[in-house]
Design a protein around this ligand. Sequence first.
Ligand code: FCB
Length: 445
Amino acid sequence: MINRTDFPKNFVWGAATSSFQIEGATTTDGRGPSIWDTFAATPGKTHNGDTGEPGCDHYNRYNSDLDLMKELNLEAYRFSTAWSRVLPTGRGQVNEKGMGFYERLVDGLLTRGITPWLTLYHWDLPQALEDLGGWTARDTVHAFEEYTHVMSDRLGDRVKHWITHNEPWCTAYLGYQVGHFAPGVADLKKGIQASHHVLLSHGLSVPIIRENVKDASVGITLNLWPVHAAGDTSEDQMAAKRIDGFSNRWYLDPLYGRGYPQDTLDILGEHAPDIASGDLAKIAVQTDFIGVNYYMRHFVRHSDNADRGHIEFVKSDLERTDLDWEIYPEGLTELAVRLGSDYQAKAIYITENGSCYDDTMIDGQVNDEKRRKYLELHLEASSEAVRQGAPLQGYFAWSLMDNFEWAEGYSKRFGIVHVDFETQVRTIKSSGKFYQQFLKGDVLD
Ligand code: FCB
């Protein structure tokens, strides 16, 4: 059984959420609409037409949620700020009521001895900016600089851990290339251009944070997958390399100063992004850490179908979660080791890891044994990464509580705490109790 003592003493332990998924209160205190409000209100875009209301009503219940974090023995909490709460149209005058919420949240964390880890962008772009082209428009990069300045100027005396973006691949690919997520645009060139702008906005905002927060630790969070070939022909290997290019190296290479991967640019051809001179140097700005959201691996082989880029995603015979995601804890170790050796990452934090299961409440208890096991296996994989020399320095469970799971609405649960969305009652699940005990340092066997 894995124990906390298997990890270095200063390893960071926490749980994560994001603004749109938990806050609710989408029209309260002057919050402006975001692309997720618009998208969710569009028929057919989310499961059951679910929207950001009620979320977990965290905007009103943050105090008791902070107590819950303390009860779980969390030492760090990763959350995101909603851009349109603070700057309702994305730029200009600060909405003091919205800012006040984040000030109270941060103060409440600090009072309880929990370290805030703030993510500036977890997908909820102000709709007013989308109306001007969203992430396909270069000017959004400058709006993001303004927003970064406002947040780091106001909270930098208390928040020292900053993440610019959460999962640029999802913003760009799911949001602008295939349109499964907000804003629902499906256009290859736009998706690729959006990815470049997101990375550029990261590069430009890091120095702003450093300027406003002298002792800041700054990074970006990527969703990464090990990509394995499901066959042993050279064509299968090439298929895996292509997917690794689009999903992993497209982001890692420019962030670590290598520019976009040539093999991926070659495939993109005329769809390659427009890059202004100096952009790549800005994207390659030094950071203090890389955040990794790890859920699963990709298993692919060559296909004769040219429409899908000659790629077939294959289902292995390993177990899968209720979102049909393969359970592959070794992938976490593999990624951490790769980031240390191939990219010389200084520090790595698992900023999200978790599993989706359809829980049942029996006599007031949620016995989510499968989620508990998933957590345990991934803690073991984290410890193994440290043992193999990867600079892994922390782990955040996704998620603190069940929430609005994007296009899946409230139908998919990831929390270590159960939320009844009708009554907003929170119940710590078995997985949460396991994590609570683990964090307490009890030796488990
Ligand atoms: C990640 C997202 C997070 C959550 C999990 C399940 O891609 O960052 O908000 O939806 O997946």
